[in-house]
Design a binder for this molecule. Structure first.
Ligand code: ADP
Ligand code: TRP
Length: 331
């Protein structure tokens, strides 16, 4: 029988440590998670094991790991009340992934979008890419998550996780708790400097905590059409407009839109206003980020404390799972 845990709903999500976070990650993953601190128990982890499917430079992995921890703290996460931890700090997750893997058909994994994309792109497809959803399922089941907020691109993975846990329960009884995926439909896909989805893989990002000089340069490099300065322009539906809407108030948006529509204003000025709006929102968290990021021993301590909390749950669950499958080993 599944035992009850904390009375607060447990919200769990992971971010891969695969490079500097961009404003798409920040607005759609980091900020919404931190905004749920009241009334929920957060389990936020840095998916460093998952990052290994693509990141092969150890120093880059370490840097990216610290970047993600510092980003959560800069966004206002109260690490004394919620758990922020490294996936690799609790290696039991790989043990649970193995048990799940033994009830999962290979054909099912071959339907994964990420795996199919990797095959289509003719990049090296390592086994980790195929196995990725199984490890992700273990991330979720090991901590008895109630809700797993993810972007649309991760929805299939959470659905697969539920299926694996369902297969496990079908064989071994009611052992694993099935989570609910929570896709916030209002979270839009933030577009990158070239108009495609902003992504670390496309080299088209605006890093969330770059210095203001770099931020300005990035914003100024957004491609716009070549309508002459004096002609009227439409802000809505452009990349500048979409980004401005994320950082400015509706009044500010309306104001800029009408000045552009009146003619006599170039995209350069509009981009400057976009930069000002972004810089206004990002300056305070950037300063906090820089001071956290400069203190790696502190960041390590924060995730170690988080791992202690997470481990308590993990040990209880893995004990139940070992009992169910019949292995006698105890760690
Ligand atoms: P990337 O594509 O840059 O490597 P990740 O796959 O590491 O990003 O995604 C981390 C989180 O950020 C996920 O929750 C994902 O849904 C979200 N995310 C990534 N890119 C964007 C984007 N352009 N707009 C909105 N959310 C995004
Ligand atoms: N796969 C997720 C991503 O690429 C990261 C992740 C790993 C995750 N394990 C998870 C998200 C468990 C939610 C729950 O963004």
């Amino acid at each position: 029988m599944i035992t009850q845990h904390s009375p607060l709903p447990r919200i769990l999500t992971g971010i891969r440590a695969s490079g500097q976070l961009h404003i798409g990650n920040y607005l759609s993953a980091v900020k919404p998670a931190v905004a749920r601190q009241q009334g929920n128990e957060l389990f936020l982890f840095i998916a460093d094991l998952h990052a290994l499917t693509t990141v092969k430079e150890p120093q880059k992995l370490r840097e990216a790991t610290y970047d993600v921890i510092a980003t959560y703290l800069a966004a206002g996460l109260d690490h004394t009340r919620h758990a922020i931890y490294l996936q690799s700090d609790i290696p039991t997750v790989t043990e649970l992934a193995w048990y799940l893997s033994c009830v999962t058909g290979v054909g099912f994994l071959e339907k994964g979008h990420a795996y199919k994309d990797a095959l289509a792109s003719q990049r090296e497809v390592n086994h980790g890419v195929l196995y990725y959803p199984v490890l992700m399922a273990a991330d979720i089941m090991l901590y008895e998550a109630d809700i797993v907020p993810v972007g649309k691109d991760q929805k299939q993975h959470v659905e697969m996780a539920r299926d694996f846990a369902g297969s496990f329960n079908a064989v071994y009884g009611d052992v694993l708790k099935l989570p609910t995926a929570h896709i916030d439909e209002s979270v839009m896909t933030v577009l990158g400097l070239d108009g495609r989805k902003m992504s670390k893989s496309y080299d088209n990002t605006i890093p969330v905590f770059c210095d203001s000089g770099t931020l300005r340069k990035k914003v100024m490099s957004i491609k716009t059409d070549s309508t002459p300065l004096e002609e009227p322009k439409t802000l809505q539906g452009t990349l500048v407009g979409d980004l401005f809407a994320l950082f400015a108030s509706p009044e500010e948006f309306g104001d800029l839109a009408s000045r552009l529509a009146a003619g006599g204003m170039g995209w350069g000025h509009a981009k400057d206003e976009l930069f000002q709006a972004m810089n206004r929102e990002l300056t305070a968290p950037r300063e906090r980020y820089q001071s956290y990021r400069a203190d790696e021993p502190f960041l390590r301590q924060v995730v170690q404390e988080g791992a202690e909390r997470a481990r308590t749950v993990a040990e209880r669950v893995i004990g139940r799972v070992r009992e169910a499958v019949g292995v006698l080993g105890r760690s």
